[in-house]
Design a protein around this ligand. Structure first.
Ligand SMILES: C[S@@+](CC[C@H](N)C(=O)[O-])C[C@H]1O[C@@H](n2cnc3c(N)ncnc32)[C@H](O)[C@@H]1O
Length: 244
């Protein structure tokens, strides 16, 4: 029997821990301009939801600021603890956050809000934020304006990479005020192996049959050996809204 799309989404959401090493090696960080826009300079307590291996968390550090990471996958939490041993990382989800009411001045979520159920995660984010606290959501998208990136994305789309917009930003009302958007264009320096790891850490690649995954990674290796890129261009979409 074919699996329902909800089951596939659940399996993919839970898949990341199996490729936490590839994730840490291959995925991009976030540009400083985006982080400065997403989190007020005055924010003293900041939660990073769906923190993964801490790609966004490490960019949030500031003097006098307390960081708390929340991440459902044990594999990702283990990699997080290896990379950022001084930042606490708790088991939790967007639907059930560990911090008490009003604890955070800011709550950010990098590349993960599309995995949450907004009907439960929006009120939960509002519960954890102090009045006037800021919710910041961010996604890095590969910039297909570069021909070799368009070719790479063609390979990934042929394997089911879903470019549908799943950002689910429309449900923040009435808990949050107006949503603002900011876009940052930047490039992430990469080696050929990091590009292969970036592909290997994608949820639908982790959950593929082993032979299919090896075939795809072989095609990616051949493409990067031909194109010889030294950086991967991204368009980073940032969103923020204040808790009412
Ligand atoms: C693409 S990774 C992003 C990790 C990290 N924030 C980053 O920017 O690299 C998505 C993360 O969302 C987590 N995740 C999946 N379902 C979640 C949920 N319901 N609530 C919070 N995080 C979730 C996954 O375990 C995974 O670590």
């Amino acid at each position: 029997m074919a699996e329902s799309s909800d089951t596939v989404k659940d399996l993919q959401a839970a898949s990341f821990g199996a490729a936490a090493g590839e994730y840490e090696r291959g995925r991009p960080t976030y540009p400083a301009e985006a982080v400065a826009w997403l989190v007020p300079e005055t924010a003293r307590r900041v939660v990073d939801l769906g923190a993964g291996t801490g790609k966004l968390t490490r960019a949030l550090a500031a003097p006098g600021r307390e960081l708390l990471a929340v991440e459902p996958s044990a594999g990702m939490r283990a990699e997080f603890a290896r990379v950022l041993p001084r930042v606490p990382v708790l088991a939790g989800t967007g639907e059930a956050l560990p911090p008490p009411d009003g604890w955070a001045d800011a709550l950010v979520c990098g590349q993960a809000w599309h995995w949450v159920d907004p009907d439960r995660a929006v009120p939960e984010a509002a519960r954890v934020l102090a009045p006037g606290g800021q919710l910041g959501l961010v996604w890095n998208f590969r910039d297909e304006a570069e021909p070799w990136v368009a070719e790479l994305d063609g390979l990934l789309r042929a394997r089911g990479e879903d470019r549908t917009d799943h950002r689910q930003l429309e449900r923040l009302e009435p808990w949050f005020g107006p949503l603002e958007e900011h876009v940052v264009r930047w490039s992430h320096p990469v080696t050929e192996q990091q590009l292969v790891d970036m592909v290997a850490s994608r949820s639908y690649v982790i959950t593929m049959a082993a032979d299919e995954r090896e075939r795809l990674l072989g095609e990616v290796r051949a493409l990067v050996a031909r194109a010889r890129p030294t950086s991967l261009p991204y368009v980073t979409h940032c969103y923020r809204a204040r808790r009412r």
